[in-house]
Design a protein around this ligand. Structure first.
Ligand code: DC
Length: 241
């Protein structure tokens, strides 16, 4: 796994590398913005949601997480055997690996999304993954997206962005993504999933989704991907100038 880069200068902006935190609700376009910025700047993209998803998949596979509940003790006892990493494929797309196996597709299901939202409420899961994320960001030059990046993981990030959009707009985006992958979800289930995750993410006791005091908020409900990218790049330039 290659995190951080050797050089301390940007690909396009010849100055010291910064860290960029992008937080927001589920299906808000965080990863699209983060990936776009990382590519443009030659930075490392870190998808922290994928890490919680991989932890959930591990628990589901082992029977520690079912629809009925979680076996917290078993999850805690087995945290040590959880090995999560990222690797780029031939096309340059980043894939999530769980204990050496590519799980990128599997972690994108609604079941795992729901599991990730539940397992991320466990303090010991957060502590483990947060310290891994902080290690990944040590050298700078990281664009990291999640829920607690600006508040907990990288409180000193030079640029913090907080994305919002209405639940209907976000469910619609997710719905289309799933259809593009050949899945056939019911829109109501996708919307319900978005609403339930919002509720859990914002009300959990440990590191709830919150906008950091020094984050810049963007409601992207009516913006296309290019408009969002242009806006984000302007923020990077502003911070670096
Ligand atoms: O961004 P995502 O949908 O892939 O995230 C999956 C779940 O993981 C989400 O419901 C909340 C949780 N999560 C978190 O608690 N903290 C993060 N930094 C990232 C994700």
């Amino acid at each position: 796994m290659q995190f951080g880069c050797e050089s301390q200068t940007d690909k396009n902006l010849n100055v010291k590398k910064i860290n960029i935190a992008i937080d927001g609700f589920s299906s808000c376009g965080k990863s699209t913005m983060a990936k776009g910025l990382a590519k443009e700047l030659g930075y490392t993209y870190i998808d922290t949601g994928a890490m919680y998803r991989a932890a959930a998949l591990h628990a589901i596979r082992n029977g520690w997480m079912t629809k009925e509940g979680m076996d917290e003790e078993a999850i805690r006892e087995n945290m040590g055997q959880l090995d999560i990493s990222f690797e780029k494929d031939d096309k340059g797309d980043q894939n999530t690996y769980l204990n050496g196996k590519n799980v990128e597709n599997e972690i994108r299901s609604l079941e795992v999304a729901d599991g990730a939202s539940r397992i991320s409420t466990l303090p010991f899961v957060r502590t483990t993954l947060v310290s891994l994320q902080q290690k990944m960001a040590e050298k700078g030059g990281v664009v990291m997206d999640g829920r607690d990046i600006g508040t907990v993981v990288m409180p000193n990030a030079e640029l913090k962005i907080f994305l919002t959009a209405s639940p209907e707009v976000r469910a619609n985006r997710r719905f289309k993504e799933m259809q593009d992958k050949g899945e056939n979800p019911r829109f109501e289930s996708v919307l319900q999933n978005v609403i339930e995750r919002d509720q859990r993410d914002t009300t959990r006791e440990v590191s709830p989704l919150r906008k950091a005091a020094d984050a810049i908020e963007l409601d992207n409900s009516y913006m296309n991907v290019q408009e969002q990218f242009d806006w984000a790049l302007e923020q990077v330039k502003r911070v670096k100038s």
